[in-house]
Design a protein around this ligand. Structure first.
Ligand code: NAP
Length: 254
């Protein structure tokens, strides 16, 4: 359990779902965590669980769309752990599910601000800290939605997540020579609060399971293991890529 031994790591969206599972796994692998999300109580629970298991973590609550928070997270990692090695920019809101003509500008703006601008602000402040360290790994959580599949009602979400892939590619070429790798994880349906929001009835959940070649959705832990691959030296020659971990939802026609 030493794949991230001594690494200083920021995880956003750490209060639930994939981010929470990744924070727990990264800590078990020896990483030292700054856990980020808006809900302080959930972050405190997570930090307690990591400490009980013998790991190291701190919580700092805030809104990823706020640049001061992005800076504060990096300052927390540098102040506590002496630098920054890994950032998992994973926070999300789904927003309203409606056809584009019915979608409010307010919803569009909020979804883009959290999912895309939030990730940009994170990386903007993480990259100089990683450069000072001589390298690092930035990971964005994107999705198959807007990449390999159009899903009705998800215009803002899909645009924000497809935007992350363009951002990731540019950051990968801007920072490769400094040893900083930048990649995107593209999960399929995963059993989290966000998925429950997307599919709230058993019929809808069965429909979503059926979209996947594996005929199930993933656990947050399965996604966390893939994030660990991108975070760790196991992926030392991987940059600028989309890692699709989607149970075959992108290729399924059955
Ligand atoms: P989740 O359980 O709903 O977690 C979302 C996280 O984002 C929470 O920790 C939430 O915490 C945080 N968050 C939301 N708005 C924030 C803000 N403004 N500032 C800071 N933190 C904020 O979602 P999830 O399913 O684990 O999703 C994780 C990632 O996987 C997302 O990027 C999502 O797009 C991607 N993904 C998920 C699925 C799926 O089926 N679940 C499929 C494909 C891709 P607070 O509420 O405490 O702020």
């Amino acid at each position: 359990m030493t794949q991230l031994l001594g690494k200083s790591i920021i995880v956003t969206g750490a209060s639930s779902g994939i981010g929470r599972a990744a924070a727990l796994l990264f800590a078990r692998e020896g990483g030292r965590l700054v856990a980020a999300a808006r809900r302080q109580a959930e972050l405190d629970d997570l930090v307690g669980e990591i400490a009980e298991a013998g790991g190291t973590a701190a919580a700092l609550a805030g809104d990823v769309a706020d640049e001061a928070y992005a800076k504060a997270l990096v300052a927390e990692a540098v102040g506590r752990f002496g630098g920054l090695d890994v950032a998992f920019n994973n926070a999300v809101i789904i927003g309203e599910m409606s056809p584009a003509p019915d979608m409010t500008l307010d919803n569009w703006s909020k979804v883009i601000a959290t999912n895309l601008t939030g990730a940009f602000l994170g990386a903007k402040h993480q990259i100089p800290a990683m450069a000072a360290r001589g390298g690092g790994s930035v990971i964005f959580t994107s999705t198959f939605v807007g990449h390999t599949a159009g899903m009705p009602g998800m215009a803002a979400y899909a645009a924000s997540k497809a935007g992350l892939i363009g951002l990731m590619q540019v950051l990968a070429v801007e920072n490769g020579a400094r040893g900083i790798r930048v990649n995107a994880l593209l999960p399929g349906g995963t059993d989290t609060a966000a998925a429950a929001e997307f599919a709230s009835s058993e019929d809808a959940r069965a429909f979503v399971r059926g979209l996947h070649a594996l005929k199930r959705i993933s656990t947050p832990e399965e996604q966390a293991r893939s994030a660990l691959y991108l975070a760790s030296d196991a992926s030392s020659f991987t940059t600028g890529t989309t890692l699709i971990v989607d149970g075959g939802v992108s290729i399924n026609r059955t």
